[in-house]
Design a protein. Structure first.
Length: 321
């Protein structure tokens, strides 16, 4: 059985890995790509999504452009030191020859979820403004979506943009809080697991040598990303953030999860922090935790198997050897 997914993304070097895996893995049917600001401005994110699909010879997949800024907080500066000014490690590729559809991302999400009730998984690997706006447009989608898998947040791990906040949640904390509070099945794939998934240079060399369509691009782009993580975290390689969310859809047995209501801090020193109530303490003292749905958060991962899943998706027959 293949999973129909919409990938909500801000490409982004690790977003490219996730998009290519979603395209190539037989268990995924990628029915659309929606874009948001995040790693780059939304106009650049849209260009990048179109470029990735064109490179992969998959331009039939629609791209819908989404939010340019967060719901309430000011737009944070784009992290050109992580993904490059162009989102692809400053490769400055030619413009895509295709265009986005005219429908905005949240409307596209709503339309597709209504068209395929209980079949669509949204995989959100950027800030959550599109998902939150889709929910506001039509709250019924909460009952009609299959699941929502989010790369974002941190439970016990420290943050990556502040001591407690992960980048995707931090960029639009109010949208993230709206998404976590809704009664739909959310799975949070955060830094607790993605920081265990280290992708090294040798892996990208094999992908370069075995993927004639996008292997060289992936290898070139990831050099910038690996330099950043080498300098800031001292690792030999880079983290597989966004690929982990796609991997969860393909094979949830790769992960251990815990359950509880998840709240996002929307102000103060902890802004962007994701907090889970795993022991049901909320009903005791803090009224604002009451009546919130239980969501899932990943806390453990089989990194070896996840790396193998990524490599096989990047080198399989989809890419036409
Ligand atoms: C997340 O932030 C972005 O830089 C990555 O693409 C990923 O989605 C990791 O915190
Ligand atoms: Ca991303």
């Amino acid at each position: 059985m293949s999973h129909k997914i919409i990938l909500d993304t801000d490409p982004g070097i690790d977003d490219a890995m996730a998009l290519f895996t979603a395209l190539a893995h037989p268990a995924i049917d990628l029915i659309g790509v929606t874009t948001t600001f995040g790693n780059v401005a939304v106009s650049q994110a849209t260009r990048n999504a179109l470029t990735l699909l064109e490179m992969a010879q998959a331009s039939h997949i629609p791209v819908a452009q989404g939010g340019a800024s967060p719901w309430i907080v000011p737009t944070p500066p784009f992290p050109d030191f992580v993904h490059g000014a162009d989102g692809f490690g400053n490769l400055h590729l030619p413009l895509p020859t295709t265009s986005a559809i005219t429908q905005p991302a949240p409307a596209f999400m709503v339309e597709q979820i209504l068209k395929h009730p209980h079949e669509i998984t949204i995989v959100a690997i950027g800030p959550l403004d599109n998902l939150a706006t889709a929910l506001q447009l039509n709250p019924e989608i909460a009952q009609l979506v299959k699941q929502v898998v989010i790369m974002g947040g941190a439970i016990e791990h420290d943050g990556n943009v502040s001591p407690v906040a992960e980048a995707n949640i931090y960029c639009d904390p109010h949208a993230a809080e709206h998404v976590m509070a809704a009664s739909w099945p959310v799975v949070m794939v955060g830094l607790d697991v993605t920081h265990q998934v280290i992708l090294d240079r040798a892996l990208f060399e094999r992908i370069r040598d075995q993927n004639p369509r996008v292997g060289q691009f992936m290898y070139n782009a990831v050099q910038f990303y690996m330099r950043f993580y080498g300098s800031i975290r001292g690792i030999q390689g880079c983290y597989g953030h966004d690929i982990s969310a796609v991997a969860y859809v393909i094979d949830p047995t790769l992960f251990q999860t815990i359950e509880g209501s998840i709240c996002v801090a929307t102000e103060g020193v902890a802004i962007g922090q994701t907090i889970i109530d795993r022991h049901g303490l909320s009903s005791y003292a803090l009224k604002n935790w009451n009546h919130r749905p239980k969501q899932k958060a990943c806390v453990g991962v089989d990194a070896e198997r996840l790396r193998a899943l990524f490599e096989s998706s990047m080198t399989n027959e989809f890419w036409g050897q």
